[in-house]
Design a protein around this ligand. Structure first.
Ligand code: NAG
Ligand code: NAG
Ligand code: NAG
Ligand code: NAG
Length: 273
């Protein structure tokens, strides 16, 4: 119980300290939402504080061009706001002695949504995973997938048919199981939505037949078959050539000679007998 009181007291003291430093810096505007440009400003309300200088941070990174010395007033010009400029800004005043005085301004834009790969291909009966990522602040709180069919967008419902959707604020993945060559090819759209609205991107999916995946292999097989056939035909054509060559050089007369020789031999043999 004592510990609880101590904790409560601690919380109260810190909350009070926070409350007392909070109003020492005022910010204008307190938030930037869906704007193309803005000037962020901060003032020190207590003019008795000795200020050394000020600077701005964006997502906790110091903006080098924002440093200024000894001023109770700080401003930062956002000329063209895209998702890259969105995020958490802070003006920071450095005092001679005490702690830094800060005030935050949130700059919000529509989420930036981009396909991880603009075109994907999968083989029939395999699965395919389509991915979209988001950048900017705030990140999408909702993701939706659609398939384009005859100029219309058909919503894809998670865990129905062969679909499964997995989403985090910065990424969504649509898995399509057992790809169908007739129905699954085409354009898929991912929509990321935050409090300001939505953005989308498209991915084109091509489904190849299993045979198409075999084409390179079949090509090699065909090449080998053709090569073997050519060699075979060449060899076959060469052999009769050799024979006719022999004929031309008098193989047949030789043959007849040999028989005649043989006959002659017989005759001679007979004569000898
Ligand atoms: C800060 O002070 C300047 C002039 O001193 C004034 O024009 C501006 O409106 C003030 N801004 C805020 C946020 O109080
Ligand atoms: C889709 O359904 C699966 C399984 O039912 C679940 O794990 C996943 O979180 C769901 N995705 C979304 C975006 O709701
Ligand atoms: C997405 O968010 C997770 C956790 O919030 C983080 O680890 C990851 O780096 C982020 N990815 C991108 C691409 O920003
Ligand atoms: C933000 O601007 C976009 C167009 O740039 C618009 O579609 C959207 O409705 C706006 N959001 C709000 C909350 O005004």
């Amino acid at each position: 119980m004592k510990l609880l009181w101590a904790l409560a007291a601690l919380l109260l003291c810190c909350w009070r300290a926070d409350a007392s430093t909070g109003p020492q810096v005022s910010a204008e505007p307190s938030e930037v939402s869906n704007q193309t440009s803005a000037v962020l400003t901060c003032n020190i309300t207590d003019s008795s504080l000795p200020i050394k200088g000020s600077y701005w941070t964006h997502n906790d990174k110091v903006l080098d061009n924002s440093k200024s010395s000894s001023s109770k007033y700080a401003s930062y010009n956002l000329e063209k706001i895209t998702y890259q400029q969105s995020g958490h800004y802070e003006c920071v005043f450095e005092t001679e002695t005490g702690p830094k005085l800060k005030r935050a301004i949130e700059v919000k834009t529509l989420p930036h949504v981009a396909a991880y790969k603009r075109s994907e291909h999968g083989n029939e009966n395999d699965k395919s995973v389509l991915t979209c990522v988001a950048h900017g602040y705030p990140l999408p709180t909702d993701w939706m997938w659609y398939k384009e069919e005859g100029g219309e967008q058909k919503p894809i419902v998670n865990s129905t048919e062969r679909y499964e959707i997995k989403s985090t604020p910065n990424k969504t993945m649509l898995t399509i199981e057992d790809l169908n060559i007739e129905t699954d090819g085409g354009s898929y759209l991912c929509y990321g939505t935050n409090e300001l609205g939505q953005n989308k991107d498209a991915i084109f999916l091509r489904v190849r037949s299993r045979l198409a995946a075999l084409w390179p292999f079949l090509g090699i097989v065909a090449e080998v078959i053709i090569l073997v056939t050519v060699i075979f035909i060449y060899e076959k054509r060469r052999k009769p050539d050799d024979i006719t060559d022999d004929d031309d050089s008098g193989a047949a007369p030789l043959k007849s000679n040999s028989t005649t020789n043989h006959k002659d031999k017989n005759v001679r043999q007979r004569n000898a007998n």
